[in-house]
Design a protein around this ligand. Structure first.
Ligand SMILES: [Zn+2]
Length: 140
């Protein structure tokens, strides 16, 4: 079987739409933001131009508490893509205190020893291309 390697790292950069910019900008400032609907109070992620609960187009960006719980995880032991060659590493689904579930990184060693529903805290790491990613760590 032929390995699928990507030569062009730029192709892995997120495609940021206009309505997603506040999210990516907030990560650059070390803060995680989600959208909250002032009409019905629904909190949502991923970002959308409208509330996924009531379709209001008045959704607003709000800061998260950076608190979450571990909802699911996987540890990658093979480097499928060049920019993610530093294996092993963990990828988690974390349920934010505000409600939405987000994807983030976590060290493979930590993720395999952290219980589901364990409290986590969001931290922020800058990749080589300048993209800031969320990395969760256990809350002590
Ligand atoms: Zn709504």
């Amino acid at each position: 079987m032929k390995e699928a390697l990507r030569e062009n790292v730029a192709s892995l950069s997120p495609v940021i739409t206009e309505f997603e910019k506040p999210f990516w900008n907030s990560l650059q400032n070390g803060q995680l933001m989600v959208q909250k609907c002032p009409e019905c109070g629904h909190v949502q992620f991923p970002p959308s131009p409208v509330c996924s609960n009531c379709l209001s187009d008045t959704v607003q960006w709000v800061n998260c508490s950076n608190k979450a719980t571990l909802w699911s995880w996987v540890a990658f032991h093979k480097a499928y893509l060049e920019p993610y060659g530093d294996v092993p590493y963990g990828v988690v689904l974390a349920k934010l205190e505000e409600g939405p579930i987000v994807t983030g990184r976590m060290s493979a060693e930590t993720v395999s020893t952290t219980a589901f529903d364990a409290p986590l805290r969001a931290t922020y790491v800058k990749t080589a291309d300048g993209t800031v990613l969320v990395e969760f760590v256990p809350e002590k």
